[in-house]
Design a protein around this ligand. Sequence first.
Ligand code: ADP
Ligand code: GLC
Length: 493
Amino acid sequence: MAVNDPLNILFLSSEVAPYAKTGGLADVAGSLPGALKRLGIHVSVGLPLYRSVKEGPFQRQLVFKGLQVPLGGQTLAGNVQAAETEEGVPVYLFEREDFFDRPNLYRTAEGDYYDNLERFAFFSRAALLFARATGMRFDLIHCHDWQTGLIPAHLSTLFRNDPFFSSTATLFTIHNIGYQGLFPREKLPVCGLPPETYHPEGVEYWGAISLLKAGIVYADAVTTVSPTYSREIQTSEYGLGMEGILKNKSAALHGILNGADYSVWDPATDPHLLCNYDPDHLSEKAVNKAALLRETGLEPALLERPVLGLTSRLSHQKGCDLLLPVLDEVARMGVGMVILGEGEEGYERGLREAAERNPGKLSVTIGFDEALAHRLMAGVDVFLVPSLYEPCGLTQMYALKYGTVPVVRATGGLEDSIEDFNSETKTGNGFKFGPYEVKAFLAAIRRATDVYTDPTTWENLMRKGMSADFSWKRSAEKYLDLYQSLVAARRRF
Ligand code: ADP
Ligand code: GLC
């Protein structure tokens, strides 16, 4: 059943580009609302008012002072500020200095902030109370990852009989099942949940509370960010203990591939590049390559050789255990490599040491640098995504657009967006390997660097990638269909 009047959607996420970003969740929450707006939906976005937002170049104004938010037996006050994206999407920023005015979003080098439960329980509860206090009635609240998992749970329990929310549906999107929002059971009061929610069909997870599970169990429907990942997480290999509840919910579980935001990631318009290029001006890509070699201190002779690149969180998920063992061999092959990332200390150290062993061939930058991520994408020939698992992955889609050929492991969204190159039929847009093994990864790199030596075939491969369309429109249409069916079901209820 279609719903005719424009839907009113609230999008809640712990990170939203360009306000606050540690990974792809921010890219999605920064781009999908604009794509939905273009389809005629009213969409508003909410996130915490972090220090990065305060220090950023964003115009904002106070719209609600002294919101009273119950949290574990106390009532904490918060404010709400409002901003607007370039596309005119309203953004609500939930302010409480002691929770959010900190150097990072979730953690320091020593580990997670000790009060992450309090911080995100506050954000979740504040968002609902703000909507009610201001009379903003949403047809659907779209929640993302564990940080917002309490929202569907609150609407199904605490606010179950509140007429204000009686026609508000919920959708919960899993961007990564590896982050489960686990907290000790004694913290149930901080979650604001009644004791009867603490059971295996509720928020209980192996003797603890999981906010990810709360989102999955209590939302009207669940999505994840690629069709393959939606199947993988129903297996014990990828479900990380959540496979049972996901299988139970499989009729309401959908895989919708993310899109790429070409207003941010397009070499023809990218303001971070020394020289813009498009399929009709491919040779200009080499200007960016030469500049990247200079910037990262790699040998100028590598201009004629394949140069590989990787930009990633440095974690087990991202395939760092495959990456570290191939670095010396790649350098021995006379192939360059530029790496940008930050994350687990052991991987950072391993990469730095490999760069010291291979001066002029391997450059490693530890840190988070948006501008360098763009210059790297334009400046290398091959982009590596050797993930152990990958719910969607965005960088392989950006790579295609930049004429940078991806080498990926066949999992999750990498499986759904990259087709393996076949040297006989010349079909495919990248190189894929299956087994999570160093040997298989290296073989895929060798296949790519071999094809690189045949300029005509390589150029065709680049062009094919550049012409692919992973823009948000198609995904936004799928979300719209799903929103409509959930809202219609809620209205019938
Ligand atoms: P994930 O969300 O799992 O980290 P995605 O591929 O979905 O993976 O998104 C990663 C996003 O974060 C991309 O926009 C990528 O360019 C960016 N990114 C990752 N690490 C860095 C870094 N060190 N510096 C700048 N951007 C980074
Ligand atoms: C997660 C996943 C990544 C996905 C991103 C956006 O961080 O690890 O694969 O692209 O979310 O959905």
